[in-house]
Ligand binder design. Structure first.
Ligand code: PMP
Length: 393
């Protein structure tokens, strides 16, 4: 009737079936999803409180224990991307007035510092230049000086291509009463990580990198010391959405107490993560780590033959999952990236934050950490450099 006649057609939305080009996502993420994972997302929906769906959530919690290498019961998925995991971890573990020590060697530490400050934390930093990792010596000095409630580190600094060693950091934090929170968004599944053995109290990652799933879920784990901190808070977690006292209950953290509705579980997204974790369990972590290391070695053999060099000076600091490659004098990095996309449908990213304009970033993550993908990246570099007349010195 009247309402139908009043419908404004000027802003009618898109119509027709969605079509998407096939691209090789060889930047710092998202990586291409595994076909089995995409297939899982097209399965029928279940209700978010239906017993078969709760059973899938239990499978995910179990798969996360393996992925993080922890015996902690407190694993779940934050509903959102890596930032959701980051903000959830900080919002639950930081109370106003807490001293939060943040390791900064790229944009992720800087962002964690921003978040911790918004949460009322007293933020102090331990900083090193982009391209370096923070030494245990520097961390020890900073922890002793500031006695923080929490130390934040990024295992895989995707803006600089740096791997942060965690050796000795868990012991350091335990001895000083600090919690250790680690961002493994760009690293987990691609490089070794042992939450319990290394004394990591809290960790989060993302679904769209080495787990080969689409973006949209952030696996998170709290160890016993972090759970004690959460339960002992004297202030409410500021965000209802991220409050692990509530979200954790939905995930079964309080069992045998009944699970209650907090938000609508991301049904299809969680199917995807269930399938991703099955792929991790089938391949096994040591084999996954070895596959990523092999792809990294293959990439650098090829890049060096083209005269290209790593941005990260110290070989032990090089992240295998996100590789930063110096842009040589006289080469236009963006023209090369454009050519890679136009000619090969390959994504090769530029730098970010402190590395903007200085490097390319090549991701070797999950489903993409395979010999054929590496060859394609090398072909794109070879032809892109030749087009610009670049000859190695
Ligand atoms: N931390 C690190 C180390 C990352 O690489 C990223 C994503 N590039 C994030 C956090 C944030 O993840 P997201 O973009 O999925 O929110």
């Amino acid at each position: 009737g009247e309402a139908a006649a009043a419908v404004d057609d000027a802003h009618r939305g898109p119509a027709g079936v969605l079509e998407i080009p096939q691209r090789f996502l060889m930047g710092p993420g998202p990586a291409n999803a595994h076909p089995r994972i995409l297939a899982a997302q097209s399965l029928p929906l279940l209700g978010h409180m239906h017993p078969p769906f709760l059973a899938i959530m239990d499978e995910i919690r179990q798969g996360l224990r393996y992925l993080f290498q922890t015996s902690s019961n407190y694993t779940l998925l934050a509903s959102g991307t890596g930032h959701a995991g980051m903000e959830m971890a900080l919002a639950n573990l930081v109370e106003p007035g807490d001293t939060v020590l943040v390791g900064v060697n790229g944009i992720w530490g800087a962002r964690a510092a921003d978040m911790a400050e918004r949460l009322g934390g007293k933020v102090v930093t331990v900083e090193v230049p982009a391209g370096r990792s923070i030494s245990l010596q520097q961390l020890t000095e900073a922890v002793e000086k500031h006695s923080p409630a929490l130390l934040f580190l990024t295992q895989g600094e995707s803006s600089t291509g740096v791997l942060q060693s965690l050796a000795g950091v868990g012991e350091l934090c335990r001895a000083r009463g600090a919690l250790l929170l680690v961002d493994t968004v760009a690293a987990l599944g691609g490089v070794p990580f042992l939450a319990d053995a290394w004394g990591v109290d809290a960790v989060y990652t993302g679904s769209q990198k080495c787990l080969s799933a689409p973006p949209g879920a952030a696996p998170l784990m709290l160890g016993p010391r972090a759970v004690a901190r959460l339960r002992g808070r004297t202030t409410k977690v500021v965000s209802y959405n991220w409050d692990l006292n509530l979200v954790g209950n939905y995930w079964g953290w309080d069992e045998p107490a009944p699970r209650t509705y907090h938000h609508t579980g991301m049904v299809s997204m969680w199917y995807a993560v269930r399938e991703a974790l099955a792929l991790v369990a089938e391949e096994g972590l040591p084999a996954m780590w070895a596959r990523h290391a092999a792809a990294h070695a293959q990439l650098w053999e090829g890049l060096r033959a083209l005269g290209l060099e790593p941005f990260v000076e110290d070989p032990k600091d090089r992240l295998t999952t996100v590789n930063t490659i110096k842009v040589p004098e006289g080469v236009d990095w963006s023209a090369l990236s454009r050519h890679a996309m136009e000619r090969y449908s390959v994504e090769i990213s530029g730098g970010l934050g402190p590395t903007a304009g200085k490097v390319w970033r090549v991701g070797l993550m999950g489903y993409n950490a395979r010999p054929a993908n590496v060859e394609l990246v090398l072909a794109a570099f070879r032809s892109g450099l030749a087009l610009q007349g670049y000859r190695p010195a």
